[in-house]
Design a protein around this ligand. Structure first.
Ligand code: NAI
Length: 392
């Protein structure tokens, strides 16, 4: 990864949301600094303008580029010679569409948190607009940046698992087994249907599990049958959901999203089975991928295993055995996006190994999935179409 060091970061970056009290802001700041592609130069960091201005100061942002709100930021940045190239949007779900749309319309490239919007129509509109304005957008499915997830995707693409038959994916933690929404801003909006988009754990964690499944298999989900419950007294939205999945090339799947799985710490795991082999990955042990080929002893692939594909091998930052993890996965997404954007800005062809960052289309698939799950759960778990495009 040494070729990723730049003495002067080539991309100016602005941030919307991600303020002092935010959960995910710091992960984005760590990700953008890691490989020195980006410099954070501007922000509208908080819904509370004063809190945002103070936080901007503490981050070392200039006062004339710490904005009271994102509209002022778009206007002022558009007028600058040294305007930002990219904006990261990490605000509550219902605000994503308007904020992203405003920046895309002004010609800025966007890294947008998931779920990218609260309706499929809005997600498709962002895709259309990004094409029209010729801007690059990513959706922040950061877990897809783990080297072993890239390895799993490359193994499926190379046919090492054979035909994919069964996919079991889950993101089930126990952090919301009490009414956390009563004393946390972040948990409160996640349980407000108007802000979250009508689901809690399916949107919050389930879409990550879905993205890993589709990213690794290269297959979208055509239909879902969902069942969701709220176990914590007074909670409006679901804190647990089971979803059956039918994939576009015939695989059968299952997704579990939960916030009440006591004993699960972070709980993101995936198992994929094919006609030739099975694989298994757990985010709490991210540098190992269990590979079980038919008729052979299962083996654990590590970051320095000779079997690693170039897509995964290039992400090794330190000698294998050092625990690399969550922040590096986020950085890998940020850095791949930077490489593709820099190639675009200079009219060059990007390195194909960088083309694995999650796109706006990936984000839109997540939103369509959520809408389909809500419809299914509201109709006693019947099968519901979750295709974003007819061709799927
Ligand atoms: P949070 O509630 O902890 O923080 C939200 C931040 O945005 C706060 O600083 C708030 O003041 C600010 N904000 C709200 N409205 C704003 C506006 N209109 N303009 C400027 N700032 C505004 O929320 P959290 O947990 O950081 O989540 C933010 C987004 O990131 C959500 O969409 C969530 O789904 C996503 N997320 C993604 C994760 C991932 O792994 N990719 C993990 C956690 C959250």
């Amino acid at each position: 990864m040494s070729d990723r060091f730049h003495k002067n970061p080539p991309l100016r970056y602005g941030m919307v949301g991600g303020g002092a009290t935010s959960q995910i802001g710091d992960s984005h700041r760590a990700a953008l600094r890691r490989d020195s592609y980006y410099e954070l130069v501007a922000g509208a960091l908080d819904i509370d303008a004063e809190r945002g201005l103070q936080f901007g100061k503490s981050l070392g942002l200039k006062s004339d580029r710490t904005y009271q709100d994102y509209q002022l930021m778009v206007q002022a940045e558009s007028d600058r010679e040294d305007k930002i190239h990219v904006v990261g949007v990490m605000t509550p779900n219902s605000t994503h569409y308007e904020i992203a749309k405003t920046f895309i319309e002004a010609g800025f490239h966007v890294i947008l948190e998931k779920p990218i919007t609260t309706t499929t129509d809005d997600a498709l509109d962002l895709i259309r607009l990004a094409k029209e304005k010729n801007v690059l957008c990513a959706s922040m499915y950061g877990y897809s940046g783990y080297p072993m997830i890239r390895q799993a995707r490359a193994m499926v693409a190379a046919g090492e698992l054979g035909d994919i038959t069964v996919v079991q994916t889950e993101f089930a933690h126990g952090n919301c087994v009490t009414a956390v929404e009563k004393h946390s801003e972040g948990a409160a909006w996640r349980n407000d249907p108007k802000v979250s988009g009508g689901t809690f754990v399916l949107a919050d964690v389930g879409t990550h599990a879905l993205h890993l499944a589709t990213f690794i298999t290269g297959q979208q989900v055509r239909e879902v049958a969902a069942d969701r419950q709220s176990f914590v007294s007074g909670r409006v939205l679901e804190d647990n959901a089971h979803v059956l999945l039918r994939f576009e090339k015939g695989a059968a799947g299952y997704l579990w999203a939960s916030g009440i799985a006591v004993g699960h710490r972070h709980g993101l795991s995936i198992r994929i089975y094919g006609s030739l082999a099975g694989i298994e990955w757990h985010q709490e042990h991210p540098n190992q991928l269990l590979f079980s080929p038919l008729g052979q002893t299962p083996k654990i692939l590590e970051l320095d295993s000779p079997e690693l594909h170039p897509f995964a091998k290039r992400l090794l930052r330190v000698m294998a055995g050092h625990p690399e993890g969550y922040f590096e996965a986020f950085s890998n997404v940020y850095s791949d996006f930077a490489e593709v954007l820099l190639a675009k800005l200079s009219g060059e062809t990007p390195d194909p190994l960088c083309l694995n960052y999650p796109t706006l289309e990936d984000g839109a698939h997540g939103v369509k999935f959520l809408e389909a799950c809500i419809e299914s759960a509201d109709n006693n778990g019947c099968w519901v179409n979750s295709k974003l495009y007819d061709s799927e």
